[in-house]
Design a protein around this ligand. Sequence first.
Ligand SMILES: [Fe+2]
Length: 197
Amino acid sequence: MQPQYTEKTFSLGAMNGLSEKQITEHLKLYTGYVKNVNSLLEKTGDLKKSEAENAYVLAELRRRLGFEFNGMRLHEYYFDGLGGDGSLNTKGSLGVALTERYGSLEAWREHVTTLGKMRGIGWVITYYDPVIKTFHTAWVGDHDIGHLGGLPIISALDVWEHAFLLDYLPSERGQYIEAYFNNLRWSALEERFASAQ
Ligand SMILES: [Fe+2]
């Protein structure tokens, strides 16, 4: 049976520095990724009934799965991590562990911001590596290039221009990243850290 993904809903409310229009338009793009993942799975499922005959088309569709799937999943991490008041809890276990790795939560935030201002379209992801119990913050190009295999995601910052262009100019990416942090829902990140350990 073909797996099917269902679009998730997020309780975001009014946000500080991110307009309703910006969020609504961004959510429409997320919806598109969910649809595309489902349709890719369905199409490859059909086409592989004649694998040899459809080899070329199948190869291209299969190459596309990583882009569409990560486009779907990363937006779920992103929106689920928003809708909070932006306060960073230094005392919880995530706060303590991130402070150990980066020196302070402010230093972690600065580091994410620095990567977020890198040129190009993509994501800044902070992962937790349960193998040696540490964090890595990485740039992921598009939605799929540069992921750290198997590491659970703690935070995902979308720095595609579609994430902020209705509210900020391309040269104002830093202000958008500030707005992202001002609406961060820290409890979501703490829950992810708890299940990542
Ligand atoms: Fe996005």
